[in-house]
Ligand binder design. Sequence first.
Ligand code: ADP
Ligand code: MG
Length: 481
Amino acid sequence: MKWETVIGLEVHAQLNTRSKIFSGASTAFGAAPNTQACAVDIALPGTLPVMNRAAVEKAIRFGLSVGGRVARRSIFARKNYFYPDLPKGYQISQYELPVVEGGTVTIVVGETEKTVRLTRAHLEEDAGKSLHEDFHGETGIDLNRAGTPLLEIVSEPEMRSSAEAVAYAKAIHGLVRWIDICDGNMQEGSFRCDANVSVRPLGSETLGTRCEIKNLNSFRFLERAIDFEVRRQIEVNEDGGKVVQETRLYDPDRDETRPMRSKEDAHDYRYFPDPDLLPLEISEPWMAEVQAALPELPQVRRERYASAYGLTPYDAAVLTASREIADYFEAAAEGASGAVAKTLANWIAGPLSAQLNDAGAEIGESRVSARQLRRLVERINDGTISNKIAREVFDAVWTGEAQGDDAADKVIESRGLKQISDSGALEKIADDVIAANAQQVADYRGGKDKAFNSLVGQVMKATKGKANPQQVTEILKRRLG
Ligand code: ADP
Ligand code: MG
């Protein structure tokens, strides 16, 4: 039997407001335990929550960015449960009337685009943290995080593989940073995913029983947790068993998911409207104001890059992973041909990213400016230098060997790196190599392709890499007939 994987994601994006969602306490990360929890956050009797306008504005930004319906009126509800890091005994969240409903996100897997629909996005507060290390059998409670604003973004169960789930999570991650509502820092827990996973016989229309894997805080863990869970569920089914609906945890050390608790249903939480908070009303003028302040969205840029430069969905997605990357690309590609834009895309995703990674730098700190990269890429595309030599030129520009937009030209000139395209000169070198390597020539004629590559390599070496490999191949083929 063939099985189909079905995945729906719940993403918790911590909104990057300075103060908490219902109090004035700071949201800054890393303070000493319990120094940023005020009377409201620790639920002292008689305290009352007050809505943070900035958190609402960020939720509106998100709703507009995904083309969802921003509710003119939404309601806060109490989600009741007991946990030591939840002093109120309930979490303030939204249930029946969330601030955003619907909307879509476009994901790219390989060269295929797919639209994933969102169910909703709602505002809620985070809980505190239980600390188990350093407490020798006891548990410490840090309430600094209590009351931190979260936007929970819920997708429809429309992903069909771990690769799609990761692409979706990355698209949301890119978007919330793009529109500046969340810093996306996964190590600090500002962006975390719960993956709902089920399997069903291929062709079946009904959903299988799902398990929810909680708190995945890296894209790699998300992928591995789903892959494990899918294998596990298929196995359970094929052994004649039934998947039990439950909440599971992923253990990265053992690369497996384990049951955490049986899944509670919504009615277990006894949701009811929070009597301490008025309904949240969003006016038309406010929405219009937020809309006007939105930057050009990644999806719009992707479409622009596709139509202006003929870039593929994959390249366009890579270039719009962040606003900084997209801005760099645009500065480099202004007025460029499709071919130059394509080479630029390759260089930004390849050598430039690698170099930035090594240096631990952001693209805004790149030591090769957008215009410098443009010139370098033009010299590759017009045949002045090979892609390989271009790496050398790139490194030289990175280390500051030459300055200005035309730094690449200066390095090519001063180091004498121009590709040898004079075919007479190349033929002479090819003849020398042939004469000096009778054995390899014989091997090649005897059918060994490897010997031919070695001859090409020797010509390249004799020219210090400055020959056009394609031209060398043609000349040798002709000579060796
Ligand atoms: P909760 O987890 O709080 O009970 P929901 O019922 O809204 O919330 O579902 C949460 C997520 O689970 C959504 O992203 C939804 O798409 C996904 N989901 C629901 N049913 C399934 C299923 N059978 N398989 C995979 N994902 C599912
Ligand atoms: Mg859930």
